[in-house]
Design a protein around this ligand. Structure first.
Ligand code: G6P
Length: 369
């Protein structure tokens, strides 16, 4: 067991630290950054299906659903194709409208989630083309889909998904850019620059993992909070959802993720001096708006832990704690902003003496409906 954990105390921590490599393994052979070329056989061979799609429907559960939401923001922003993201369990039971003009992207780490598999079968029966993004090679979902792309995260043992999430986002980024480039929505120089920046991400994740001690200090301050709120906007709204999910899953602290601007329509009522609020406030993506959300929290005595871009000064003045992430493209920032949240949940769960790798009531792969 110790050998399998590679010197880490838990699989989750090992898997968090494997992300730089997992991201590289996922894009390796698929992108030639300097040439501005993306090669993905499953997309290339079915390009007309994607280009003629009236919309793309992404189906998934859990963390994979959060990656799907990032995918929606990426594909709509870059490739200008309408995208819907659906919980597989809702989609399959609500008599959805699906036609042969739809492309469905199913995302699943295990490739065995019963609801996702059933959603795929339903979509296929209505004539939709179904593309899979799976981690486990030869899994049921990988076999059931018409085409697909594997994430190359390697085995994920910890029940709380970490490297599967970042590698799913990596694949979705490649898909969005590939479609954008084919549709002429992105120029070659811009694509090249974006891919070159993407190549910097693994090193930036690696640098970010070094802030572990700082995250641990923050974890020690907030580990006994009964409730936490996670806020983000744009590409980082799904990261807020995922941050809250990570905390719930392994520490059993109630946490909610919300779009930062939506806070005033409800969660703001919960804010008092006992409420830690984790806010993603990177320098691109509605920075000023998020800063004003942070001010609203501050004026209600909420505790603010902000994820900011290196060199930030404005948020630093207001927040109780800041965690800096390296500068990057806004669309790539989820690959960085999610890392401190993973570490934070991990440390809180360890400090509370919870079973990090096998939290109560949860299963790595849910093969029942
Ligand atoms: C379970 C796991 C989650 C995972 C979800 C979807 O709930 O505990 O970590 O995100 O299933 O799993 P999948 O294998 O389809 O990505």
């Amino acid at each position: 067991d110790q050998i399998e954990k590679g010197g880490y105390d838990h699989f989750m921590l090992k898997e968090i630290h494997e992300q730089p490599k997992a991201i590289i393994d996922t894009y390796r052979g698929r992108m030639l950054a300097d040439e501005g070329i993306i090669r993905m056989a499953g997309i290339d061979d079915n390009m007309n299906k994607f280009l003629n799609a009236e919309r793309i429907i992404i189906v998934a559960c859990g963390t994979s659903w959060h990656a799907g939401l990032v995918g929606e923001y990426l594909i709509e922003d870059k490739a200008r194709i309408p995208v819907e993201v659906e919980y597989a369990s809702e989609f399959r039971y609500r008599n959805p409208i699906i036609t042969s003009k739809d492309v469905v992207i199913a995302i699943s780490q295990s490739g065995e989630t019963a609801d996702t598999l059933a959603a795929i079968k339903l979509a296929k029966s209505k004539g939709a083309f179904v593309f899979g993004i799976c981690n486990v090679v030869g899994s049921s979902i990988a076999r059931e889909t018409d085409a697909g792309a594997y994430t190359h995260a390697g085995p994920e043992i910890g029940v709380a998904s970490t490297k599967a999430f970042t590698t799913q986002i990596t694949v979705l980024t490649l898909i969005a850019l590939k479609l954008a480039s084919k549709k002429g929505e992105i120029s070659k120089p811009k694509l090249r620059a974006f891919l070159q920046e993407m190549q910097m991400i693994p090193k930036k994740v690696e640098d970010l993992l070094k802030i572990d001690d700082k995250v641990k200090e923050i974890a020690a301050v907030y580990k006994d909070a009964p409730n936490c709120l996670y806020l983000g906007r744009g590409f980082n709204f799904p990261v807020a959802l995922e941050g809250a999910l990570k905390l719930k899953e392994i520490s059993y602290i109630h946490a909610e993720g919300y779009p930062a601007a939506e806070m005033k329509h409800g969660p703001i009522a919960l804010i008092d001096e006992n409420m830690p609020i984790f806010v993603i406030a990177t320098n691109k993506g509605h920075y000023e708006k998020v800063v004003s959300n942070i001010q609203e929290i501050k004026s209600r005595a909420g505790k603010i832990i902000a994820i900011v871009t290196e060199g930030d000064t404005q948020v630093k003045e207001i927040a109780d704690h800041v965690i800096e992430i390296p500068e990057t493209e806004e669309a790539l920032s989820p690959l960085l902003t999610t890392i401190p949240f993973q570490l934070l949940s991990y440390h809180i769960a360890v400090m509370l003496g919870k079973n990090v790798d096998q939290p109560r009531n949860l299963a790595k792969s849910v093969t029942v409906e």
